[in-house]
Design a protein around this ligand. Sequence first.
Ligand code: GLY
Length: 382
Amino acid sequence: MKKILLVAVLMMAVVLSGCSERYALKKDLKEALKVAVEQDKLQAAHMDGVEGQLPRTFENGEVKYTGPRGWVSGFFPGSLWLLYEHTGDEELKTLADKYTRRVESAKHDKGTHDLGFMIFCSFGNAYRLTGDEYYKGVIEEASKSLVTRYNPTVGCIRSWNTHRKENPELDFMVIIDNMMNLEMLEWVGGYDGITRSHAYTTIKNHFREDNSTYHVVAYNELTGEVVEKRTAQGVSNDSAWARGQSWGLYGYTMMYRMTGDETYLAQAVKIADYLIPRLPEDAVPNWDYDAEVKKKDSSAAAIMASALIELYGFTQNETYLATAEHQLRSLSSEAYLAKVGENGNFVLKHGVGHLPGKSEVDVPLSYGDYYFIEAAMRYLAL
Ligand code: GLY
């Protein structure tokens, strides 16, 4: 009897300590979101004087910008929309609308696959939160532009355009990141053949035996055959570039949400189960899981945390939630979270954009901020 009582008391203590840890994390995330609000308002005031541009990063003491057609243009307005959703603060809504409109001209750009990032993070959130048909029209227009990049022989939407002079037809590039752009097409509807084909072809050709993903697969656009599997932003062709792994995890989790297709859920689970045991002590991955050069990529952690919270919702797998919690605890600590007025008005420190290209190394990144805010809000909603 005494033994049963002791076990019951111990179990209760474990449950209570779990509850108090979750309560503490929620408290920290609410504080982190307050920092995000302050930082993004400061950024909005700064950007007011920089016509037509949007913030990208902070390097060498200066905020760096992108025009509407840069792949990161939608993340700052997207963050403002999320923070408006979180707070109900009308000032944030006004700012979100103002900076969303700066992205609009990208809707006609048929030269990029990133329209999902650019338009759906900005206009997608805008429409979701306001119901204003103007925003919806832009999303529909952008989707029409995006699907012009689909090649039925390959079965994928082209990512980057090739610069090869010789045999350019052998370099139809698809990168894992492109999974993210499917959300906009799924939302608009009517593109099921394209999204399904892209997602299934990517499962077939991008993933290795161990469920890590290549960054780039180059196809022969005339036959659909795979020509080469390689990297662009990772340390080597065979390595696991961290953000690419996170895009894959998020992409397939999102595709399950959008379609209910169990193949996508199974793929997301495989990716999560590959990644989680490879995380370092603070659960914020190195920029490439296989690189010897150590530079944390907070953006890869933020994207992964957001995806894992959603995947936990579909699977009830406690490891996924515990990993996301670990990542959010790290990201909301002073090791990664900026102080108000510092870090070029960005929220997270220590992101890596393109290390082999010597670009954006150990800097804040607008997409790191966006997915951190999203992950924090997803966690608070649990
Ligand atoms: N889509 C480009 C990147 O993640 O850096």
